[in-house]
Design a protein around this ligand. Structure first.
Ligand SMILES: [Zn+2]
Length: 201
């Protein structure tokens, strides 16, 4: 059962939504090439949040698949991936982009970034993140080559494809439509676009 229509995650921006335990959120790659950085924080205690490093331990692999439950920095279940028709390629290795990433890439002025988008999204709920956890980078294609080297490649997802995440606890889920337009994180066109999410249940 849907409790709402799709909500836009504007291009280059972030947004956040509260989920009750048992609710799900469907993250839609509207145009197909847009990475969506995703975070989850326990409602009422933002010091506990979805952790990629702890989730990799729990899952025994670096890319979660359908049925996998991500855990927090206190090793408690927080989000379960219940549907994925995007091709199953996501990233748990790369930090969220930030002003320093863009400075290193040669940007001289301010560049939108996922770290600031997280802060802005939570601020709209009157909250502040305790830090910028490593995100679950939905649709981001970072293959591990020869067991060690990592490469940045365009997403394999297609327009309208989506993943669905179920809340295992009451939590706040934040998204950033990654504004990366220097390297092809968001496709070879280097053109960030909007994405959408929909709360289910
Ligand atoms: Zn980013």
């Amino acid at each position: 059962m849907s409790t709402g229509s799709p909500v836009e995650i504007p291009a280059r921006r972030g947004t956040a939504v509260r989920l009750r335990q048992g609710q799900s959120v469907r993250v839609i790659n509207t145009h197909g090439q847009q990475v969506v950085d995703t975070w989850a924080f326990r409602d009422g205690d933002l010091g506990e949040f979805m952790s990629m490093e702890h989730s990799r331990v729990a899952l025994g692999r670096i890319i979660p698949g359908v049925g996998d439950t991500m855990v927090t920095n206190r090793r408690q279940p927080i989000l379960t991936l219940t549907e994925d028709n995007s091709g199953g390629i996501h990233d748990t290795l790369f930090a969220a982009c930030d002003r320093w990433r863009y400075e290193l890439l040669g940007c001289t002025g301010y560049h939108d970034n996922c770290t600031d988008n997280l802060s802005t999204a939570l601020a709209e709920l009157g909250l502040a993140p305790p830090e910028t956890p490593a995100p679950l980078n939905l649709f981001m294609n970072i293959p591990v080559i020869d067991g060690n080297r990592v490469e940045i490649r365009p997403p394999v997802s297609t327009a309208g494809s989506y993943v669905t995440l179920r809340a295992e606890v009451d939590c706040i889920v934040a998204f950033s439509a990654c504004p990366q337009d220097v390297v092809p994180i968001n496709g070879l066109a280097l053109r960030p676009t909007e994405a959408h999410f929909e709360v289910l249940g």
